[in-house]
Ligand binder design. Structure first.
Ligand code: BEZ
Length: 401
C-alpha cells in the first residue's frame, strides 16, 4: 500500500509537470475548469459477471443502466462512464480489484459487490481512500456496523435484516426443530446466524448448521443427512445458480413434502423459471417481491423487461436504486464530484419511492425497510404479508452520529 502510494505520487508528479509544461507553452489554463467542461464522471462497478453469481451482477448492472437512461444519461449535468470489473465473487482478488478501480482508474464513485467476502475487502479500502461507495448487494453486517464509514452506503440489505424476521415467523408457525444450511462464508453464515437468533429467541432450536464450501453445488450427502435428522423445517441461504441447484435437489430428494423448506428470499429470487415446480410452496423473507402491487414496482418491472427482455428481481431493484441515489445526489451538487460532504449529505437525506416500497437510510447508511413474507405460488414470489415492518439493522459498533 505504501509502495503503491509512493509510486503513484511519483507518477502524479510526472503528470502534473508534463501538464504544467504544456500549459506554459500554450495559453492560460484555469486551475479548476468549470464543472460542465470536466471529464466524464467515472463510476467503478465491481460485480460478478462470471460464475455462480453472474446473473446477479448482470441484473444489477442493467438496472443501473436503466436508471441512468431514464435520467437522460447525465448526472448533475455531466456525462459519465461505467468501468465494469468482474469480481468473480472471489474475496482473494477483491483488494487488488478494488485498487484497480480506485487507484488505477481513479473512479469518482465505487459500487458493487454481490459477495460479502468481496465487500469486506472493498469497503475497507474504500473507507481508507475516502471514495464514495455504494454497496448494491452484499449483506455483510460489518459494512454498516463496525466497518461503517461516512462514505460507505448500502442500497440493499444487511444479512441480519432479512433473516432474523424469518426465525420469528417460523417459530410463530409452531416449528420447533430446524436445520440450517448454507455456503461456508461470511454472507451465508451471517444469514443462518440471524435466522437462528430469531428462531431461538422465539422458542425454537437449530439442531444442526450445515456448511458447504462456496460455490460448491454438490448437496446430496447433506440432503441425506437432513432426511435422517427429521427436523420440522429447513432454513437455507443460497443464491444465483447455487440456489437453482439446491431447490431442485431438495425436491428431487423427496424432502419437500416431508420437511418444509424456508429461506432468505435469495433462494427463490431470479431463479423461479429454472427451479420450476420444485420451488412451489417455498417460504422466504426478503425486502422485495416480484408481485408487489406498487405503482413504482409495476412501472419498473415493465421498463426492465422492455430494456433487457428479462424479468426484474431483487438484484435489479437494488441496482436501480443505486443509480437513482447517485443521480439525485449529483444533481444536488450540480455535478461537483469534489463536494464530498454535500454529496454524502444529499445521499443521507434521500427518500426512496422504490419498487420495493419506500425506504430511507439509517444512521449507519443501511436501508430501513419492510421485510416481506413470500410464498412461491404459480411460479411467482407472492407476498403473504409483511414479516417485519421498517426493519433497521442495529448498526452495532458504527459511530456515525
Ligand atoms: C452475500 O454474499 O452477501 C450475498 C450473495 C448473494 C445474494 C445475497 C447476499
Amino acid at each position: 500500500m505504501i509502495d503503491k502510494q509512493r509510486h503513484l505520487s511519483r507518477r502524479e508528479l510526472l503528470r502534473q509537470t508534463t501538464a504544467a509544461g504544456v500549459a506554459a507553452a500554450t495559453t492560460f489554463v484555469p486551475m479548476r475548469p468549470a464543472i460542465g467542461q470536466q471529464a466524464k464522471v467515472k463510476i467503478g462497478l465491481l460485480l460478478p459477471y462470471t460464475g455462480t453469481y453472474a446473473a446477479l451482477g448482470h441484473n444489477i448492472t442493467d438496472a443501473m443502466k436503466l436508471g441512468f437512461a431514464e435520467a437522460g444519461n447525465k448526472m448533475g449535468g455531466r456525462e459519465f462512464e461505467l468501468i465494469q470489473l468482474d469480481s468473480e465473487a472471489d474475496p482473494a482478488k477483491a483488494a487488488a480489484n478494488t485498487n484497480k478501480l480506485i487507484v488505477g482508474a481513479k473512479v469518482d464513485f465505487l459500487s458493487g459487490p454481490v459477495h460479502s467476502g468481496v465487500a469486506m475487502a472493498m469497503a475497507k479500502i474504500a473507507r481508507e481512500e475516502g471514495t464514495i461507495t455504494i454497496i448494491s448487494n452484499a449483506g455483510a453486517n460489518a459494512v454498516t456496523r463496525g466497518m461503517c464509514g461516512p462514505n460507505i452506503f448500502r442500497t440493499s440489505f444487511s444479512s441480519w435484516q432479512v433473516c432474523f424476521p424469518m426465525g420469528t415467523e417460523m417459530a410463530r408457525r409452531g416449528l420447533k426443530r430446524a436445520v440450517s444450511m448454507t455456503w461456508n462464508y461470511a454472507g451465508g453464515k451471517e444469514m443462518t446466524g440471524a435466522f437462528r437468533e430469531g428462531f431461538e429467541k422465539a422458542g425454537g432450536e437449530v439442531i444442526k448448521e450445515i456448511l458447504v464450501p462456496f460455490p460448491n453445488v454438490e448437496f446430496q450427502a447433506n440432503l441425506t443427512e437432513i432426511a435422517a435428522l427429521k427436523p420440522d423445517a429447513v432454513f437455507a441461504f443460497f443464491a444465483g445458480a447455487g440456489a437453482i441447484k439446491f431447490v431442485k435437489d431438495y425436491g428431487d430428494a423427496g424432502l419437500k413434502a416431508r420437511i418444509p423448506l424456508y429461506g432468505s428470499g435469495f433462494l427463490t429470487d431470479g431463479t423461479l423459471r429454472a427451479q420450476g415446480e420444485a420451488a412451489e410452496g417455498v417460504f422466504t423473507t426478503l425486502h422485495y417481491a416480484d408481485s408487489l402491487q406498487l405503482p413504482a414496482n409495476i412501472r419498473f418491472r415493465a421498463a426492465f423487461k422492455q430494456a433487457t427482455g428479462r424479468d426484474a428481481d431483487v438484484y435489479a431493484v437494488q441496482g436501480y436504486d443505486t443509480a437513482r441515489l447517485l443521480i439525485g445526489a449529483m444533481d444536488k451538487v450540480k455535478g461537483d464530484t469534489g463536494a464530498t460532504k454535500a454529496l454524502i449529505g444529499a445521499m443521507e437525506d434521500t427518500r426512496f419511492d422504490s419498487p420495493r416500497g419506500s425506504w430511507h437510510f439509517s444512521k449507519s447508511h443501511n436501508p430501513v425497510q419492510d421485510v416481506y413474507l413470500r410464498e412461491v405460488k404459480n411460479g411467482d414470489n407472492a407476498v403473504v404479508g409483511i414479516a417485519q415492518k421498517a426493519v433497521s439493522d442495529p448498526g452495532t459498533g458504527c459511530g456515525l452520529a
